[in-house]
Design a protein around this ligand. Structure first.
Ligand code: PEP
Ligand code: MG
Length: 320
């Protein structure tokens, strides 16, 4: 198998019926890039920038961030790079940012909520991203969006920073796509509205499952409820992809589910455009996808979405 995977490093990901999907990688650090390229990543689907802020005792400066983003964009040589703005809070804390102690950190003051309140932090990051944008194919993604108002606010702030930089004579790419994570169920339900305003969605199943099933992703006592193949989750994903495609927008997935062997045939059939996963999952996924027919899988989607339980879904996929 290893030999077979090696041959796929420099190939595009195509299904048996000759449909291209993009296999991208999740990274937390520019140092992860060698692993991505050695494993044939076609892009970066999620750069978790919070790691730039962690393990230190002050905020990274605009220049430090600029250097990190530039490095990633240059190294990917024009391949798509989705950089997610700061997603701190929940399970990720910063020692130098005094956040209020909360009863439910996963439901609390984090990610875009914090960035819209602490605009000094947010704007610094956005300037670093905009300045780096000329070095590659940058796409900016906002985490933990719950409402259209939040997305509009975040995008307006981004545009303000862009105007400022341009006025100062600093070059900024004209091609930056601006998208959002779909990881809060409200955004999946309202995907038709969001789809008119975003350039792309990336489905964050790690959180989408947690919030849909009301099961803490870190709590072993309720891990039985953490069900990627639950028809409720599959229907939400279906809604998001349908809504996006209707508006001509692409949909990726950057949660763990994107690299899961059982999930991949379902996601292909649902029409997912980009799968972003840990670098080591890329070649096995490329090999699996090369043996699957997208059209054939699409024909099974109605049946899969009509199932009652996870076990029924798994049984169908295994019988394919
Ligand atoms: C997700 O929620 O699926 C996701 C990719 O983001 P994170 O795991 O960083 O919360
Ligand atoms: Mg998340």
């Amino acid at each position: 198998k290893k030999e077979e995977w090696k041959k796929l490093v420099h190939q595009k990901t195509v299904t048996k019926d000759n449909q291209h999907v993009e296999l991208a990688a999740n990274i937390g650090n520019p140092d992860d890039l060698d692993g991505v390229l050695n494993n044939g990543g076609e892009g970066i689907g999620l750069y978790r920038t919070e790691f730039l802020y962690m393990g230190r005792d002050n905020f990274p400066t605009e220049d430090e961030q600029f250097e990190a983003y530039k490095k990633v964009l240059e190294k990917m040589e024009g391949k798509p790079v989705v950089i997610r703005t700061l997603d701190i809070g929940g399970d990720k804390e910063l020692p130098y940012l005094d956040l209020p102690k909360e009863l439910n950190p996963f439901l609390g003051f984090r990610a875009i909520r914090l960035c819209l309140e602490r605009q000094d932090i947010f704007r610094t990051q956005l300037r670093a991203l905009l300045r780096a944008s000329v070095y590659g194919n940058l796409k900016i993604m906002f985490p933990m969006i719950a409402t259209l108002d939040e997305f509009r606010q975040a995008k307006a702030i981004l545009n303000e920073e862009r105007e400022q930089l341009v006025q100062q004579g600093i070059e900024v790419s004209e091609q930056i796509e601006v998208g959002m994570m779909v990881e809060i169920p409200s955004t999946a339900v309202m995907a038709d509205r969001f789809a008119k305003e975003v350039d792309f969605f990336s489905i964050g199943t790690n959180d989408l499952i947690q919030y849909t099933m009301a099961a803490d992703r870190m709590n072993q006592h309720v891990s039985y409820l953490y069900q990627p193949y639950n028809p409720a989750i599959l229907r939400l994903i279906h809604m998001v992809i349908q809504a996006a495609h209707k508006e001509g927008k692409w949909v990726g997935m950057c949660g763990e589910m994107a690299g899961d062997e059982i999930a991949i045939p379902i996601l292909l059939g649902l029409g997912l455009d980009e799968f972003s996963m840990s670098a080591t999952s890329i070649l096995p996924a490329r090999s699996q996808i090369s043996k699957l027919s997208k059209e054939e899988l699409a024909g099974h989607i109605d049946t899969i979405l009509a199932m009652d339980t996870v076990d029924e879904v798994i049984a169908i996929v295994k019988a394919l």
